[in-house]
Design a protein around this ligand. Structure first.
Ligand SMILES: [Fe+2]
Ligand SMILES: [Fe+2]
Length: 184
């Protein structure tokens, strides 16, 4: 398998979540209320899976290795654009988290912000994925030898293996901090 194989498989799961978000958004607009529990699930998916696990492998492994190669202008420009897209996605997700938090606390005005953020993310992901799938990933494989591709793939597996430990270690650190701040 090429190192873009796992990344393209992950794109398909991200698309499925985006499809659900689109349907949920229609329901929110029809019922004029949010479903904060769904939003928490969607945001956890975006942060843990789409950003940490998926963009993490792109930026920390594939793009890092491409950065060592002499990319043509078009590929160099697209890679910079993709990294900027990831940053934008993080900001928009943080805005959605904040709007959902305010909504849960009773601020009904937060609903329109949450809806705008959802619309932006629903538009953003398919475009970003198409840019990678159709215009970047496959031509970029030509910069690597077969051995380099296999080494990137191995590093991707290793990255995934560590993620579950990282996620739950961070959860323990957060609850420890929470407890300490309450007992001080
Ligand atoms: Fe990406
Ligand atoms: Fe991607």
């Amino acid at each position: 398998m090429m190192p873009i194989g796992p990344l393209m498989i992950e794109h398909r799961l991200i698309e499925r979540m985006i499809d659900v978000m689109r349907e949920e958004l229609n329901i929110f607009e029809k019922e004029k209320k949010l479903n904060p529990e769904f939003l928490k699930t969607a945001v956890d998916f975006i942060r843990t899976y789409a950003d940490r696990c998926h963009h993490g492998k792109e930026e920390d492994i594939l793009f890092r290795e491409l950065g060592e190669k002499k990319l043509n202008d078009e590929h160099r420009h697209t890679m910079e654009e993709l990294i900027e897209d990831h940053r934008w996605g993080r900001k928009m997700t943080a805005r959605l988290v904040e709007a959902n938090r305010r909504y849960i606390e009773g601020d009904r005005d937060a609903m329109s912000t949450a809806i705008d953020c959802m619309k932006s993310l629903i538009q953003f992901y398919p475009k970003h994925i198409e840019k990678e799938d159709k215009h970047f990933f496959i031509p970029c494989m030509d910069y690597f030898t077969e051995a380099e591709q296999q080494s990137i793939l191995r590093e991707e597996w290793e990255f995934d293996k560590n993620l579950i430990h990282e996620k739950y270690k961070n959860i323990v650190i957060a609850v420890e901090k929470e407890l300490t701040s309450r007992t001080l």
